[in-house]
Design a protein around this ligand. Structure first.
Ligand code: NCD
Length: 292
């Protein structure tokens, strides 16, 4: 049984096959590919985009969706994660989509269930479908010519599962990554990095801005988000008339991550990413349910 825990579970060819299917699914027409299948979503962490994106994807393919309401489930009565999953599994779903605040939770659970498990984000570890939709957005924009493109990733990289998954995937597809963050948000890595946002943006084809993951910080290691915004908010004066595209996984903290003005800029592809997210998740569900 194959699961999607991290981008490392997919070969480059499989990623390209997912992109091909996702491109077809951009027509937004309903399909019957997963008719009669049942998909369970269980989100132990808040989500707006990812949960609704997976559920729309499942429904657009004709599947039934069972959403486990965690707040009202037995997890809140002290049931272990393993027992919750074993009980869900006993209802024989065709896939389980899980989000959890603990890095590694989906990996552990995957050993105890009998259907594909799709990780919708675990702690600081991985968010594979977000990285797929980010790369797909880049791939579509540059019409497949992505090798050697320069991407600057800005923000709380150290605590970001989105950054982790993107760093794996973008590197494999030959993009050149530069990390930009204040020292307390900068991970240890072999990648190019700088504290100078102006310099990093000058040579970028793509900017990826990330939200400060306040909920994942054990202690506050910075003065305030306003101070952070002074140096790292993407505003018009930073990108002026530069030919560049801007990505952000959402939720965007306006005027901290990206200024109001740049939120309305046509180079900002945040809503395109959301649109692509549904198509990518359709392709992922199709692959992991029908090819498993
Ligand atoms: C991200 C997440 O939850 O990891 N958002 C998302 O999935 N759209 C990023 C974030 O919360 O900052």
């Amino acid at each position: 049984m194959r699961h999607l825990i991290s981008t490392k579970n997919l070969s480059n060819q499989e990623v390209l096959d997912i992109f091909k299917d996702a491109k077809d699914f951009l027509d937004k027409k309903p399909r019957t590919l997963l008719e009669g299948k049942s998909i369970t979503t269980i989100f132990f962490e808040n989500s707006t985009r990812t949960l609704s994106s997976f559920e729309s994807a499942a429904r657009r393919l004709g599947a039934r969706v069972l959403r486990l309401d965690v707040a009202r489930s037995s997890s809140s009565k002290g049931e272990t994660l393993y027992d919750t999953a074993a009980n869900l599994d006993a209802m024989s779903p065709n896939a389980i989509i899980i989000r959890h605040s603990h890095s590694g939770a989906p990996q552990i659970l995957s050993h105890h269930i009998h259907c594909p498990l799709i990780n919708a984000g675990d702690g600081k570890h991985a968010h594979p479908t977000q990285a797929l939709l980010d790369l797909f957005t880049i791939y579509e924009h540059f019409k497949g010519e992505i090798k050697g493109k320069k991407i600057t990733i800005i923000g709380d990289i150290k605590s970001s599962r989105v950054a982790n998954s993107n760093i794996d995937l973008l590197t494999r597809f030959g993009l050149e990554i530069t990390l930009v963050a204040p020292p307390h948000f900068m991970p240890n890595s072999n990648l190019n990095y700088t504290y100078d946002i102006k310099k990093a943006i000058e040579k970028a084809d793509i900017i990826m801005s990330l939200r400060t993951q306040v909920e994942r910080h054990e202690k506050i290691v910075y003065a305030s988000l306003k101070d952070y915004a002074n140096d790292f908010c993407i505003n018009s004066s930073l990108i002026n008339d530069k030919k560049v595209i801007l990505l952000h996984p959402g939720p965007v903290n306006r005027n901290i991550d990206i200024s109001d003005e740049v939120m309305n800029d046509p180079r900002n592809l945040v809503l395109k990413q959301v649109e692509h997210g549904v198509a990518i998740r359709m392709a992922v569900l199709k692959k992991f349910i029908l090819e498993n």
